[in-house]
Design a protein around this ligand. Structure first.
Ligand code: AMP
Length: 509
């Protein structure tokens, strides 16, 4: 591994990495705090095989996926002889748009990762992709999502003598690949993921292969694209659009795709079960111009607003979206009830998502930095605010007050998702149950907390209707909706009190 300021000493090294901070010195206790590192990851992944400018295309793809993680980004390439890895804290555009960094990433195959983790312990050594030198050559690995048994596997690997360099779940995958007794890399990869539980989209780069995998029930998304004959893997279709790649198809739940010089091959190592994409990808997480399973995220969000209009039509003067995440649903609501849609809140785009701020106090400040009242559209009016979701209630309470201060005579609040009563354990950052407003209060308690004149949520079946179903199929749900129901679709091996969480499900039959 080369060190910052030095040219790689010899090209016989298997890997070059320019950033000296990768050397894990000066650990603090916090640094080793596994909870902080592994339990709260939102991420985006991208990979491309055999194309000129692989690293630059990966940087562009990651840029399109920036909403999935703003804390750090990394790119790994293979140039036919050596692997190269660059990992940085901060936004993709700030780190990977300059020729200097991209020149350090030569090669025609590349994978990249955006990461966002909330709690402490965010160390450079945890930024993905992670690189490992295996018996059969190097491998770079990155994932979006969370393995719900990673901690248990890690402990058992450590007991058996494995040495970990990071606290990232991706390293558990590479350790399992390294330990596998299978003879070729694809079988080793499959052997590794068969041992993992959870929701994930995983990508890996070896000397001759780009490998992608989606968890057995497809909780996290992964799509396949094509750029002039080169296969592309990405968390969302918006990353394909960014580089001008054609959308080929969604990777199936439980599918492993292997891209080589011979083309793209598929493996199906898991039992064939119905897919259950996380409904939160449609509600909040994905970019509105992305498409999953033939459904545009934007269209679903607008349909959520229309369903809300059928379920909870209000007599008000103006529909005001909470930007940006509430905009499509507010538009659908306004069209549904036939009331004017106005931008009563202006969003400052030069601050990140509210959740990035680490403490409640700073988060509260963050909301003010992010949203301002557009007085001319709300003064003297009865308004309804529409947002995609209510989590801690921080955004809503600030905005309701902001609207009153700007002269609104009535402020109602509607949410285009049901109350979030359960935490997510599959890669979407949600606070502990103790900090979820809907887990603590009933509807009236929540209304009082945010200070609105009325408060309403779309029903769960309304969400399914917005996705084109008559209702939730309680025997075989079309999505995973654990945040609203507690119906966790996998075992939560590492999560303390997992049985209580599962028992908390509203719709278990
Ligand atoms: P809160 O202020 O805690 O109630 O959070 C609600 C706001 O956060 C809404 O405007 C959502 O768009 C947004 N949001 C919902 N889920 C998440 C998440 N997992 N990460 C970041 N922001 C979120």
């Amino acid at each position: 591994m080369s060190v910052k300021g030095q040219t790689p000493a010899s090209h016989s090294l298997p890997l070059t990495e320019s950033n000296s901070q990768i050397t894990p010195t000066n650990h603090t206790d916090d640094d080793w705090n596994m909870e902080g590192d592994t339990l709260h990851e939102e991420c985006g992944v991208f990979g491309i095989y055999k194309t000129p400018d692989a690293a630059a295309l990966t940087a562009l793809g990651l840029h399109a996926l920036q909403h999935r993680g703003q804390e750090a980004a990394g790119i790994a390439t293979y140039d036919g002889e050596h692997f190269h890895l660059e990992r940085r804290f901060g936004l993709v555009g700030d780190n990977f748009s300059n020729a200097h960094t991209l020149e350090r990433l030569p090669g025609t195959a590349s994978i990249g990762h955006n990461r966002y983790s909330t709690a402490g312990g965010a160390a450079l050594r945890n930024i993905q992709p992670l690189f490992a030198e295996l018996e059969g050559g190097g491998i770079a690995v990155a994932h979006n999502g969370q393995f719900t048994n990673a901690m248990t596997l890690r402990k058992s690997l450590i007991k058996r003598g494995a040495i970990f360099q990071s606290t990232s779940d991706s390293e558990v995958v590479s350790q399992l690949i390294a330990k596998s007794r299978e003879s070729n890399i694809v079988d080793r990869f499959i052997d590794a993921i068969r041992q993992m539980e959870g929701g994930y989209a995983l990508i890996a780069l070896t000397r001759k292969k780009l490998i992608g995998a989606r968890d057995p029930i497809g909780i996290r998304p992964l799509v396949l694209g094509d750029l002039n004959g080169s296969p592309v893997l990405a968390s969302e279709t918006c990353a394909l659009d960014m580089i001008g790649a054609k959308f080929v198809r969604d990777i199936k739940n439980g599918e492993v795709v292997v891209c080589t010089d011979e083309g793209v091959e598929s493996y199906h190592p898991f039992p064939d079960v119905p897919a259950r994409l996380d409904i939160f990808e449609y509600i909040y997480f994905s970019r509105p111009d992305s498409v999953f399973d033939g459904r545009s995220v934007y269209d679903v969000r607008k349909a959520l607003g229309r369903e809300l209009a059928k379920e909870l039509p209000l007599d008000v003067d103006v529909v005001v979206p909470v930007p940006d995440s509430g905009v499509p649903a507010a538009l659908g609501y306004a069209q549904g009830v036939g009331i004017p849609f106005e931008l009563g809140i202006v969003r400052n785009h030069y601050v990140g998502r509210t959740f990035i701020e680490p403490t409640q106090q700073i988060r509260a400040l963050g909301v003010r930095l992010k949203h301002s009242a557009n007085r001319s559209q709300v003064e003297g009016k009865r308004i309804v605010l529409v947002d995609d979701s209510l989590v801690r209630g921080t955004t809503s309470s600030k905005i309701v007050q902001m609207m009153r201060d700007a002269g609104a005579t009535e402020v109602h609040m509607l949410l285009a998702s049901p109350p979030i009563t359960h935490s997510d354990y599959y890669g979407i950052d949600t606070p502990d149950r103790a900090n979820l407003l809907a887990a603590q209060y009933d509807l009236e308690g929540m209304r009082k907390y945010i200070g609105a004149d009325s408060l309403g949520f779309i029903s769960l079946d309304g969400v399914y209707r917005a996705c084109g179903y008559a209702k939730r199929n309680n025997k075989s749900p079309q999505f995973t909706d654990h945040c609203f129901t507690g119906d966790y679709p996998t075992a939560l091996v590492d999560i303390e009190g997992a049985e209580d969480h599962r028992a908390g499900g509203l719709l278990k039959e």
